[in-house]
Design a binder for this molecule. Structure first.
Ligand code: ADP
Ligand code: ADP
Length: 233
């Protein structure tokens, strides 16, 4: 059974009298422990697709089955609950709370899940250790480098053991070397069994994945295996 099963997904925006078909009949499956890069030119539908997969929005039509649950037409409150349980987000701009220490940033998804303080602390600090920041738990984001901030964001994304890790240009604000280190961390997370979907416009980044889906004009243009992944080990 796939983690994600998407069939004939459409997202249509109304712009005055015009309809924009941001996604125009997209179908694919994602199995557990896949590592997929989503590519495509600006305006091809990548953000729209990430928003739907991440349960931030619902499609105009078509079905999206996430872990056997049809989430295509959920109400906002149900969608928020599924999102917090199933999805870990990593953004280009990290999106950390700036005045809040690392461990509290990482604990946030657990607060929404209703986990008690002691267990939250324990799980957040273990997850920070996993991303190599065990010695930084009480630092604030502005006391960390860009790469370290992204590690905190990745820990926050992982702390609830989500079914999918969704990353939108995760190296976009990092220099080449630091970006490479973050890609090594994704490789490690993939090898530990995580399912990863990554949006990027850079071939060098996409080649770390095992499968590349290319969008164009809201449709899948190609869906291919990566023969020689850019392994960084
Ligand atoms: P990206 O930088 O990922 O390609 P875009 O620049 O296309 O993203 O879009 C940035 C944000 O603006 C997205 O959240 C998208 O939903 C929204 N957006 C894009 N195009 C429009 C539009 N024509 N009208 C309103 N919002 C838009
Ligand atoms: P990408 O991320 O690949 O740049 P998007 O998903 O942001 O593509 O956009 C796909 C298409 O949908 C574009 O034509 C964009 O202008 C349009 N679009 C995206 N979001 C909105 C929105 N909120 N309102 C109207 N049009 C939008």
């Amino acid at each position: 059974e796939p983690v994600i099963k998407i069939r004939d997904l459409m997202k249509i925006y109304q712009m005055g009298s015009q309809e924009v078909h941001a996604l125009d009949g997209v179908s694919f499956d994602v199995m557990a422990n896949e590592y997929i890069a989503i590519m495509g030119p600006s305006g091809s539908g990548k953000s729209t697709m990430m928003n739907l997969i991440g349960c931030l929005d619902t499609p105009s039509s078509g079905t999206y089955i996430l872990n056997s649950q049809d989430v295509s037409q959920l109400e906002d409150s149900e969608l928020a609950e599924v999102r917090n349980r199933e999805i870990g987000f990593v953004f280009q701009t990290f999106n950390l709370l700036p005045r809040t220490d690392c461990i509290s940033n990482v604990e946030l998804p657990l607060i929404y899940s209703g986990i008690k303080t002691a267990e939250r602390r324990e799980r957040a600090s273990k997850t920070l250790e996993r991303v190599g920041l065990g010695d930084r738990i009480d630092h604030k984001p502005n006391e960390l480098s860009g790469g370290q901030r992204q590690r905190v964001a990745i820990a926050r994304a992982l702390v609830n053991n989500p079914s999918i890790l969704l990353a939108d240009e995760p190296t976009g604000n990092l220099d080449t070397q630091t970006g490479g280190e973050i890609m090594m961390l994704f490789e490690e997370l993939y090898r530990m069994g995580n399912t990863i979907l990554l949006v990027t416009h850079e071939d060098d980044i996409a080649e770390h994945a095992r499968r590349i889906i290319r969008l164009r004009d809201g449709k899948i243009e190609s869906d291919t295996k990566v023969d020689t992944p850019a392994l960084e080990h």
